[in-house]
Design a protein around this ligand. Structure first.
Ligand SMILES: CC(C)(COP(=O)(O)OP(=O)(O)OC[C@H]1O[C@@H](n2cnc3c(N)ncnc32)[C@H](O)[C@@H]1OP(=O)(O)O)[C@@H](O)C(=O)NCCC(=O)NCCS
Length: 328
């Protein structure tokens, strides 16, 4: 089996920070409600004129520097996002390629909502298995605040903007870590529980106002239950097929959607608190970007050291979910 190396990873957080108190000026809510229901204290927001692809490009630049690799060496650009610059085309991956001067073999977007980054890892594994000379830039970037209806207090308090990126390669190169395994799942039966619309299911004439489904819409309570169940199951599955126990995991980086979801999954897995990385308090839910953002932050804080096994897991709209195991 081809060894998949993680050559470098990066992240980008927009400068503008919006606290819960600031949000209470836009929507009928309170810091106390948001913190107790989600653990979120702030989120970051793209500046006017700053695009989702700009955020992704900044994260990619940090990943390239971390990998000590030039953009010209990149053969594939995969971008996980549910808030692309353009809904249909060009892909955000093509725009990021252009920003970086990459003229590779493939550039395309992955639409798997919050699971896009783990889906991207699994796809990268497949590409590298048949093209071991490829160098893959996987970017996960989101501009979710552009799709927030600030009057909807059930969703507007939960999401933020951000980006993360990773460079993957195969062969004899030694990287920062190895991707030991990844596993993805999907089930569309409940796809209407979490939507971000604006697609071709409405006919728009020039000048029409957008329909309500243009914005994030969610049945939070139902999503919560499925998320806890699916995240727990996929973690158990990936551990079991690698003959690992929870005790073998040095750091667990779950999707940063909500502290209560993270705690519920942690307790079902019997994962010690000090092995679970949490930064949802500072970023809110940044969808596909959440895991690579948390990974870079954990690494910068010294929470990841050589020799460690790191478990990633995610859940998102669709529904989609997945997990990955990294060996540092
Ligand atoms: C969204 C979520 C935080 C709501 O928490 P909840 O405990 O389920 O709350 P409910 O939606 O049942 O609402 C409870 C009450 O709070 C109110 N409420 C909702 N949002 C509020 C807000 N931002 N501020 C204040 N009150 C709010 C509701 O109107 C309701 O009031 P009522 O009882 O008078 O009708 C929670 O369901 C959740 O985290 N779901 C998962 C969301 C998620 O992570 N999705 C992404 C997955 S990738």
């Amino acid at each position: 089996m081809t060894a998949i190396h993680i050559l470098g990873f990066g992240a980008y957080t927009p400068e503008r920070r919006m606290s819960n108190d600031e949000l209470t000026r836009l929507v009928d809510t309170s810091d106390e409600w948001i913190v107790s229901r989600s653990g979120i204290r702030a989120r970051h927001v793209l500046a006017d004129g700053e695009q989702n692809s700009d955020a992704g490009t900044k994260a990619a630049l940090q990943a390239l520097e971390h990998a000590n690799i030039s953009p010209e060496s990149i053969t594939h650009v995969l971008t996980a996002t549910c808030t692309p610059d353009y809904l249909c085309c060009p892909s955000t991956a093509c725009i990021i390629s252009s920003n970086l001067g990459i003229h590779g073999e493939m550039a395309f977007d992955i639409s798997a909502a919050c699971s896009g980054f783990i889906y991207g890892l699994d796809l990268a594994k497949g590409i590298l298995s048949h093209s071991p000379d490829a160098n893959i830039l996987l970017v996960a970037t989101e501009a979710l605040t552009r799709r927030i209806n600030w009057q909807d207090r059930g969703t507007s308090v939960l999401f933020g903007d951000g980006a993360g990126a990773m460079i993957l390669g195969a062969g004899s190169s030694t990287g920062k870590a190895q991707l030991i395994d990844s596993k993805c799942r999907a089930d569309g039966a409940q796809h209407l529980l979490l939507t971000v619309g604006g697609g071709s299911n409405h006919r728009y004439e020039p000048g029409d106002a957008v329909q309500p489904d243009f914005y994030i819409q969610m049945q939070g309570r139902e999503v919560f239950k499925v998320a806890v169940r699916s995240l727990t199951a996929i973690c158990r599955e990936i551990l079991s097929r690698n003959e690992l126990e929870v005790g073998d995991i040095d750091l667990f980086i779950p999707h940063q959607a909500n502290l209560r979801i993270i705690e519920a999954v942690g307790s079902r897995l019997a994962m010690p608190h000090d092995r679970i990385f949490v930064n949802v308090d500072e970023h809110g839910n940044t969808s596909a970007a959440s895991i690579p953002l948390a990974l870079r932050e954990a690494w910068e804080l010294g929470r990841i050291q050589p020799g460690m096994k790191v478990l990633l897991s995610t859940f998102g709209g669709g529904f989609t979910w997945g997990a990955a195991l990294l060996q540092f």
